[in-house]
Structure formats: C-alpha cells, structure tokens
Design a protein around this ligand. Structure first.
Ligand code: HEC
Length: 195
C-alpha cells in the first residue's frame, strides 16, 4: 500500500491528474464566513454580526471602566488600606512572581533576562527606589509608568495592594535590624552568623 501511494504521489502530478486523497481538496475549500466578507445567510448580507445593544465583552464582566483602563488610582500618599496578614503577603508574592519578576527579578533587584535585554530603560531595582509612599506603588502597578505597562486588567485593586505589601517585604528583607526580628528568631540568626 505504501508503495502504491508513493507511486501515485510521484506519477499523479506528472500526469497532470489531481488525486483527491481522503477529501483533502474539499477541506481546503470549505464554505465558511470570513471576517468583513459578504454572506447570503443573513438578510443584511454581512458575515460579521452586530452584537445586540448593550453587549458586554466577557472579559469586561464585573469590571468597571476605571479598573479596566487603570484609572483606578489612590492618593499618591496613601498607605496600604488592608490588614497585613501572612495570607495577603503570600498572595502578593504569587502575583509578583507572575507579573513583576519577569522584568524586576524574583528578588525585585532588577536582575532578570528581560532587564538585560531591555535597551532603552531597564526595569529598575525595586530595592533602592526613593522613599515612595505605598499609594505610589499602587498607582504604578495599575496605570503603568513610562515604559512599564499597567496591570489593572490583570490584578484587582486588592491584588495590587497585596503586591505593594510584598514589595515592601522584599525591601525590608535587605536591611532588617536584629531588633526588628521576633525574639524567637533572633537566637537562631545570631547562631547562624557566628563563625
Ligand atoms: C515588561 C517589564 C516590566 C514588568 C513586567 C513590570 N515592570 Fe515595573 N518597570 C519596568 C520599567 C522598564 C520601569 C522603568 C520605566 C521608565 O523609567 O520608563 C519600571 C518601573 C517600575 C517602578 C518605579 C516607578 C518609579 O516611580 O520610579 C516600580 C515601583 C515598578 N516598576 C513596579 C512594578 C511592579 C510591582 C510590577 C508587577 C505588577 C512591575 N513593575 C512589572 C518594567 C516592568
């Protein structure tokens, strides 16, 4: 059988005959509606249908225009309005690793493959920024900043605050004083530091 097909494949075109193996020609030329083309299926002869008035795209459901477009901002001087819990920080950690680490690095220090290749202005280290208030971070995440895109469509306001909290944790992790550590952890740190 394989020989037979092989011979047909070579001899067929030579003889100018078109062999329709398993209906291939039919699949190439199937009746379907093409974007912006006419169609005789509908009375208005348009292939593309007009959505009923008031239709909301599925991805816009439950989201205000302000949130979608990043207009959802706070006073730049605002602080984190949510209770800081371990759960919130862990949520922020997860979102940060998904949406921010690609550019700013998993430690937020601006070391990432993308940063190395971004020629115009590389994503900065988030550990050495000026003393911005939490609200500034919230607004940057939602609206974007210069070359950085906004993430209002991906992260709800709560998720953005969680990311801000996690960025604060990353920053704090760079210069924690012994007094800031819970007493039970101090002993362990001192032992680890001892030569
Ligand atoms: C596509 C790469 C990219 C991603 C992803 C990204 N950033 Fe940025 N970010 C940048 C770049 C580039 C800049 C500098 C923009 C400029 O100066 O034009 C920047 C700047 C910043 C700044 C500094 C703003 C200031 O006032 O100086 C903060 C804070 C920041 N990003 C936080 C985040 C957080 C948090 C996330 C995740 C939600 C994130 N970024 C995701 C590329 C990125």
């Amino acid at each position: 059988m394989r020989h037979f097909l092989g011979v047909l494949a070579v001899v067929g075109p030579l003889m100018g005959c078109s062999v329709d193996f398993q209906g291939w020609a039919g699949m190439k030329d199937q009746p379907k509606a093409m974007a912006y083309r006419e169609s005789d299926v509908f009375a208005d002869e348009r292939a593309m249908r007009v959505p009923p008035p008031g239709t909301v795209p599925r991805e816009y459901k439950d989201r205000s225009r302000r949130v979608r477009t990043g207009g959802d901002t706070v006073e730049t001087s605002a602080g984190i309005p949510l209770t800081l819990t371990r759960e919130l920080l862990e949520q922020g950690h997860k979102s940060f690793d998904i949406y921010c680490a690609t550019c700013h690095g998993v430690r937020g220090d601006g070391v990432s493959p993308v940063a190395r290749k971004m020629g115009v202005r590389a994503p900065p280290s988030l550990l050495v920024l000026p003393p911005y208030a939490d609200g500034h971070y919230f607004n940057v995440i939602g609206r974007g900043f210069g070359l950085m895109p906004g993430y209002a469509e991906k992260l709800t306001p709560e998720q953005r605050w969680a990311v801000v909290a996690y960025v604060r944790a990353l920053q704090a992790s760079q210069r924690v004083r012994l007094e800031d550590v819970p007493p039970e952890a101090r002993e362990r740190l001192l032992q680890e530091k001892a030569p």
